[in-house]
Design a protein around this ligand. Structure first.
Ligand SMILES: [Zn+2]
Length: 158
């Protein structure tokens, strides 16, 4: 496992697993050199924070990937990155998001949790801005999506 500033990188299967905070020391654009067979797969489930310099570097990475005609797949995209994808269109590049985390809350027991949504399996519902149904891991009741779907899912419509 490598460390760059407050972020770690680990190769796992066909993906590079990034975790921690993305800031000016993350050097994300250099990840382009790790693409295999024209493909770069990033697992982003462990990203906890991204600052404005990290966002700038992220956009550089996306631009470099487009220039190199790489296909970029983003898996298990954590909530802080989903917010950036929604706010700043340039962060999306040509990347395909195959799964991402989203906030849910349980009215029955009060539990709040970030749950993984399979963007491919749920594509039809997401296109209609419908959050997939989720079961509370605590009490088994149905959890409610805890954000505004038209805002949280907007990155999928690009
Ligand atoms: Zn519950």
């Amino acid at each position: 496992m490598e460390t760059r500033g407050r972020m770690t990188i680990e190769a796992r299967g066909d993906a590079l697993v990034l975790a921690g905070a993305i800031d000016e020391s993350a050097a994300l654009h250099e990840l382009i050199g790790r693409a295999a067979a024209g493909r770069l797969v990033l697992d982003l489930g462990g990203i906890t924070f991204i600052n404005s310099l990290g966002v700038r570097d992220w956009i550089r990475m996306q631009a470099a990937a487009q220039k190199a005609s790489l296909s970029v797949e983003l898996r298990r995209v954590a909530e802080p990155l989903v917010h950036q994808l929604n706010m700043i269109i340039a962060t999306r590049g040509n990347a395909r998001v195959t799964s991402f985390f989203a906030p849910y809350a349980c009215d029955a027991c009060g539990r709040e949790e970030s749950l993984l949504i399979d963007a491919l399996a749920s594509a039809a519902g997401l296109a209609k801005l419908e959050a997939p149904a989720m079961t509370c891991p605590e009490c088994g009741a149905q959890m409610a999506f805890n954000d505004f779907p038209e805002r949280y899912f907007s990155f999928l419509s690009s």
